[in-house]
Design a protein around this ligand. Structure first.
Ligand SMILES: C[S@@+](CC[C@H](N)C(=O)[O-])C[C@H]1O[C@@H](n2cnc3c(N)ncnc32)[C@H](O)[C@@H]1O
Length: 245
């Protein structure tokens, strides 16, 4: 039985290796568990993110920590002229995504490949939009990843971060905390051979910066007009910032 240390006790290297281990171990059930455990809210949240995207120069979108490619595919299916690149540092997740791209006959416009969010092998100013969905929480050096996402977009382009967050203290936060820590790992146990992955999930959400703190991070790297869009009672938040040199 796998056990992971609490998030606030992991050092950065340990966390990166645990994250790789977790996603390599849940790949097969990843899409199903996302839909099931979020009551299909994850689909709605990604669609909302895609609706906020603006394509005006390169008509290209970069999906960072693309996983099995859901955001990349959503974008390509919504904007017929946009070309999409997705990168992830767990090859098993990328492979699953590549299967989905080919099943949806989008190989001409969607390329998924191995890549590290903190060291993108991509030229400056290549995309109109870069986004990361449910990925930044797992990256210890968030500033480095955000800087990379900013570097690869054009001026006036958008950096978007979609992430699970906690509602403001009060009734909904208590309910949510009970679901995350009490119910979710037990449900996950029924379907995966690595239930500890879902204990890590709960822990990582509870340890994620507040909305105010995260906006501060985005502003600290020079992103402008930063805003938050809380979704579903604030259990998810879409952050958007613009690059203006
Ligand atoms: C919760 S999944 C999200 C996947 C996808 N974006 C989605 O919307 O379902 C998090 C993903 O982030 C990836 N990841 C975490 N740290 C990364 C890094 N430094 N570089 C690239 N991918 C990373 C993991 O491999 C995993 O596939």
């Amino acid at each position: 039985m796998i056990e992971y240390p609490p998030v606030d006790k992991m050092n950065d290297e340990q966390r990166i290796s645990i994250v790789k281990n977790i996603f390599a171990s849940v790949t097969d059930k990843y899409d199903f568990l996302n839909r099931f455990l979020s009551g299909r809210r994850d689909v709605v949240w990604r669609k909302r993110t895609v609706r906020e995207m603006k394509f005006f120069k390169t008509h290209r979108f970069l999906d960072v920590a693309t996983g099995t490619g859901d955001l990349a595919l959503d974008c390509a299916n919504t904007y017929e002229k946009v070309k999409v690149t997705g990168v992830d540092f767990v090859q098993a997740m990328v492979d699953k995504g590549v299967e989905k791209v080919s099943m949806q006959k989008l190989v001409e416009r969607v390329e998924l490949k191995w890549g590290d969010a903190t060291q993108l092998e991509i030229d400056n100013n290549s995309f109109d939009v870069s986004a990361i969905a449910f990925g930044i929480r797992n990256i210890p050096d968030k500033i480095k990843a955000l800087n990379e996402m900013k570097r690869v977009i054009v001026e006036k382009g958008q950096v978007m971060v979609l992430e699970l967050t906690t509602p403001e203290p009060g009734f909904w936060r208590s309910i949510y905390s009970f679901y995350l820590n009490g119910v979710l790992p037990k449900l996950a146990k029924l379907f995966t051979n690595n239930p500890a992955a879902y204990e890590y999930l709960a822990d990582s959400i509870m340890n994620f910066p507040t909305r105010k703190e995260f906006i501060f991070l985005m502003e600290s790297i020079g992103l402008k007009n930063c805003k938050t869009i809380p979704l579903t009672f604030g259990i998810c938040t879409l952050y958007i910032g613009e690059k203006q040199d």
